[in-house]
Write a protein that binds this ligand. Structure first.
Ligand SMILES: Nc1ncnc2c1ncn2[C@@H]1O[C@H](COP(=O)(O)OP(=O)(O)OP(=O)(O)O)[C@@H](O)[C@H]1O
Length: 248
């Protein structure tokens, strides 16, 4: 479980996050949604420790990340898997080497154990035959799968995905969403996904936090999100013409 309490952040005197609270449960796929520039990525960066918030706490199963000593922060970081926007694969490394990278950097595992773990993760994301290929030789959807395999290779307790569907067609997006949700359920991970994608919101949003201009204006799930009275949320949700028509 990850709890965030009163997270505030400003850049050059401009308030970006104005006191965000929320709880992301173990074994659930939680979404942070909102329009462009509302602070979703800044919040995610605070959570993974790239940015230090001015105030507030981020508790990883009760451990306060930002006020812990370096040793504890390192330990918590090792429990995080991150799927970066665009995949962030190394172009000069094969798929297998990309997935193995965290094991090389952070563990003392033997070569054969690493290979076994990499093969397991590639198989889990449906890429068992792609290990020797280069990122330039695979599709966008496959690249996301490689990114997911790399994010889970260290067996994380916490998984963060920044816009996992960006650049994908709708069908591939749904497959990536389903994979993230399946992995979350299967391994009991606390998963936090940033998205704009309404299919994701309706499909996998077990907990949804809506940010607007640095504030949390609504929280709930995909069963009650379309019934909210929050005007800003409805504007965001029903910006899509098709959904607006369906609502009528
Ligand atoms: N390092 C930084 N220095 C100064 N301003 C920043 C920095 N990082 C983000 N910002 C500003 O914070 C605001 C929120 O940015 P953020 O990237 O969190 O938005 P977002 O909700 O993720 O948007 P999008 O959906 O377009 O990615 C933006 O106005 C952005 O310019």
């Amino acid at each position: 479980m990850i709890e965030i309490k009163d997270i505030r952040k400003a850049f050059e005197g401009r308030d970006i996050l104005l006191g965000i609270d929320g709880t992301f449960q173990k074994g659930e796929t939680s979404l942070i949604i909102g329009g462009s520039g509302t602070g979703k990525s800044v919040l995610l960066k605070c959570m993974i420790g790239i940015i230090k918030p001015e105030t507030g706490k981020i508790l990883y199963d009760g451990r306060d990340f930002h006020s812990s000593d370096e040793e504890t922060r390192k330990a918590i970081r090792r429990e995080m898997g991150v799927l970066f926007q665009g995949g962030a694969l190394f172009d000069s490394k094969t798929v297998e080497e990309n997935v193995r990278f965290p094991l090389d950097m952070l563990t003392e595992m033997t070569e054969s154990d690493k290979l076994e773990r990499v093969n397991f993760c590639l198989q889990r994301v449906g890429l068992e035959n792609a290990g020797k290929r280069m990122p330039s030789e695979i599709s966008g959807g496959m690249k996301k799968r490689v990114g997911i395999a790399r994010a889970i290779v260290m067996n994380p307790k916490y998984l963060f995905c920044d816009e996992p569907n960006s650049g994908l067609d709708p069908l591939t997006s749904v497959k990536i969403d389903d994979l993230i949700k399946e992995i979350t359920d299967e391994y009991g991970i606390t998963t936090v996904v940033i998205t704009h994608d309404m299919n994701s919101v309706m499909g996998i949003g077990e907990y949804i936090m809506f940010l607007y201009k640095g504030r949390k204006l609504w929280e709930g799930d995909n069963t009650n999100i379309t019934y909210s009275n929050v005007e800003e949320l409805n504007e965001f949700l029903f910006a899509n013409k098709l959904l607006r028509e369906m609502r009528k």
